[in-house]
Ligand binder design. Structure first.
Ligand code: ATP
Length: 271
């Protein structure tokens, strides 16, 4: 269980996140929504401790995440895998090595320097690539892949960290509609098949409604909505997004049944 208590992050006088309070049960798929600048990235980055809270606490299963330092903080970062809009792969390295990077935190430093990966780690990494139909690209340089493929490699890397929590910061922001769907399906698969909690920042309300079982709506740093997608009325959505409402609510519904559907092995294969 993740518990956020009075969580605040100020940059100068401005509160990017202002007194956020919520709990997230294991296995949830939570969408963090809101217009640009609402504080979504800062919220996720604080949970991973990439951004330092100014006040408040983050608790995870009794662990005070806000107090962690050194090795314990590195362990927490492995348990709360981040996925970024720009994938953050090492372009000149092959796909398999990029995925194996997700195993680094559990490895002695001398071994990580030699890049002599244990067989079981290689097997785990290949299996993660297979989950997202990327195994055939294992020996290819990461920078030769399309954006959607790169993001699937990043998701495979997150998966081999064997995290408790995946924090995805606008993971589809630079993808076309087809790859958006493939990547969101990959996250849904991780969530439903492996039971890993997912928190995902999304600009598109349509996507958030389609994939998430709970939405946290932010505006000017504050949590102004917290509930099931069905509870987010058009009226609240318009308040949340203001002038951006028409843009994010879209005109074409995305036909993916909410919640229960888990993409089959290979469903993401059509890249
Ligand atoms: N390192 C920083 N220094 C100063 N201000 C920052 C910093 N990071 C974020 N902010 C400010 O905090 C506010 C929230 O930013 P944040 O990136 O968390 O919002 P967001 O909802 O993720 O927006 P977007 O969807 O555009 O990424 C913004 O006003 C932003 O300018």
């Amino acid at each position: 269980m993740l518990a956020v208590e009075g969580l605040t992050c100020r940059f100068g006088t401005k509160a990017a996140v202002d007194n956020a309070n919520y709990t997230i049960a294991p296995g949830a798929f939570v969408g963090v929504i809101g217009r640009s600048g609402a504080g979504k990235s800062t919220m996720l980055r604080m949970i991973n401790r990439l951004a330092e809270p100014t006040a408040g606490r983050i608790m995870f299963d009794g662990l005070d995440v806000t107090a962690l330092k050194g090795r314990e903080l590195r362990q927490w970062r492995a348990r709360s895998a981040m996925i970024f809009q720009q994938f953050n792969l090492v372009g000149r390295l092959d796909v398999l090595t990029n995925v194996l990077m997700g195993r680094l935190s559990g490895m002695p430093q001398w071994r990580s320097l030699t890049q002599m990966w244990p067989d079981e780690d290689r097997a785990l990494a290949m299996s993660a690539l297979e989950q997202f139909d990327m195994a055939q690209y294992a020996s290819q340089r990461a920078d030769q892949l399309s954006g959607g493929q790169q993001q699937r490699v990043a998701i495979a890397r997150a998966l081999v960290q064997q995290p408790d929590l995946i924090l995805a910061d606008e993971p589809i922001a630079s993808l076309d509609p087809r790859n958006t769907r493939i990547v969101m399906d990959a996250l849904l698969r991780i969530n439903k098949h492996f039971g890993i909690t997912v928190m995902c920042n999304l600009h598109s309300l349509d996507l958030a409604r389609t994939y998430c079982d709970r939405l946290i709506g932010m505006s000017a740093g504050r949590v102004v909505f917290d509930g099931a997608p069905a509870q987010l009325t058009e009226h609240i959505a318009r308040e949340l997004y203001d002038l951006e409402a028409d843009e994010v609510m879209g005109s074409t519904p995305i036909h993916a049944p909410v919640g229960a559907r888990v993409p089959e092995y290979g469903a993401a294969a059509v890249a």
